[in-house]
Design a protein around this ligand. Sequence first.
Ligand code: ARG
Length: 465
Amino acid sequence: MKLWGGRFKKKTDELVEEYTASLPFDRRLYKCDIRGSIVHANMLAKCGIISRDEASKMVNGLREIERDIKEGKFSFDIADEDIHMAIERALIEKIGPIGGKLHTARSRNDQVVTDLRLFLKNEILTVGNLLVGLQQVLLELAEKNIGIIMPGYTHLQRAQPVFFSHHLMAYFFMFQRDFKRLKCCYKWMDSMPLGSGALAGTSFPIDREFVAKELGFYKVGENSLDAVSDRDFVVDFLAVASLLMVHLSRFCEELVLWSTEEFGFIELDEAYTTGSSIMPQKKNPDVAELIRGKSGRVFGHLMGMLTVLKGLPLAYNRDLQEDKEALFDAVDTVKMTLKVFTGMLAFLKPNPKKMKMATERGYLVATDMADYLTGKGLPFREAHEVVGKIVSFCLEKGCSFDQLNLGDYRKFSPQFDEDIFEIVKVENSVESKISQGGTSSNRVREQFGIAAKLIAEEEKWLRAH
Ligand code: ARG
C-alpha cells in the first residue's frame, strides 16, 4: 500500500511506477533528507506539536536508517517512488505509527527542494575547493616558467610575442570569475523552503527560523508558492558550471593544439594521454578532448532545465523531478573534470625552444616597429603603412626582420636609427609591454601577487562556510 494510497482503489500500473519513480537517482539525497527530517522533528517537539519523546524516537530511527543506507543494508523498493517516502516508510516500520507523525506540517514539495538546496550548497563548496586547487597549480606553473616567450595569437595567426606565463594567467582570471560566480550562486540558494507545506504554508504553529538556523540557511523563504516551485538555483548552478566548462574547454583546445607535432609547444604527461589501437606511434590528448567534449553535456543540462521550467504554472509540478539527474550529472562532470584537468596541468611540460622559434617567424614585432616610428613623431597610421611595406618586402625576399640592415630600413623611412635592432628583438618586445595588465615580466609578476591574494581570499571564504 502506498503512503498516499487512501483515496485509491486500483494498484498503480507497473510501468507508471517505473516511469514516475525518482528513487533510482534521488537516493543520493538521503543524508540531506534525513538531516532535514531530524531538524523538522525537533522543531515539531519544540513547538509542542509532538512530544519530546516522540521526537527522540524519530531522531533515533532516522539515524539508524542513515546507517543502514550507508552500510548498504537498506532495501530500496521502487514502489516507494522516491527517497522521501522510502525513508518515511522505513521509519514507520522501525518505530511504529509514531513515525507517521514526522510528515506533520510538511510536504514532499518543500522537503525535496530543501534537500536539493542542502545538497547543492555542499557541492558548491567541493567544486570551489577543486577550483582553488586548479588555480594554485596554474599559478605555480606560471611562476615556474616565467621567462618563456611564445607567440600570442589573434585569429590563430601569430600576432605579438607574449610570455607563456601571461597566457596561463589569462586562464587564472577566468577561473577567478568562475569562483566569484559560485559564491554568488551559493548566496542565492541560501534560503530555506521547509514550512511552505505543499504550497500554501501550514496551520501548525511551526518555527521556520529555528529550522533555517539548524540547517545552516541564511534566511527563510518569503513566499510558500515560490519556495516549492523555485528551481532558479539549479539553473544558476548549471549556468555557472557551463561557463566554467567553457573556460576549461578553451584551455583544452589550446593544449590539444600545442601538443601537436606542428606546434610542439608543450608535452602532456604520458599518464594523461592515451594510445591508438592501430597506430603504434600515437600519443593522443584524449583527456583534453574529453573535457572539451563533456562541456556539451553540461550546457545541455542548462538548456534542459530552462525548458523544464519555462511553461510551469505555480506551484509544484512533477516536471520538477527532472531537475535532479541533470544537476547530479553536471556536478559529477564538473568535479571529475576539475580533478583530471588539474592533474594534467601539474605534469605539463612546456617546450621553450619551440615556442621561441615560433616567435621568430611571422614578423611578430611589426607592431613594435610601427610603435618605434610613432615614437619618432610619425602618425601611427603612417608608421603602420611603412612597416606593412617592409613586411611585404621581406616576404618577397623570403627573409626576416633580423636580416635587414640599416640601409634597408632607411629605404622605407629616414626615421630609422641603429636602435631599431634592439626594438625588433622578441625579448625586448615583450618587456616593452609595461602597461597595467601587459605582458612585461614585471606586469606578469604583478599578476602573480594579485592571484596569490585572490587564492587566499577564496580559501578564507571556503573555510567560513
Ligand atoms: N520525487 C519528487 C521530486 O523529485 C518529490 C516531490 C513529489 N511531490 C509530489 N507531490 N508528487 O520532485
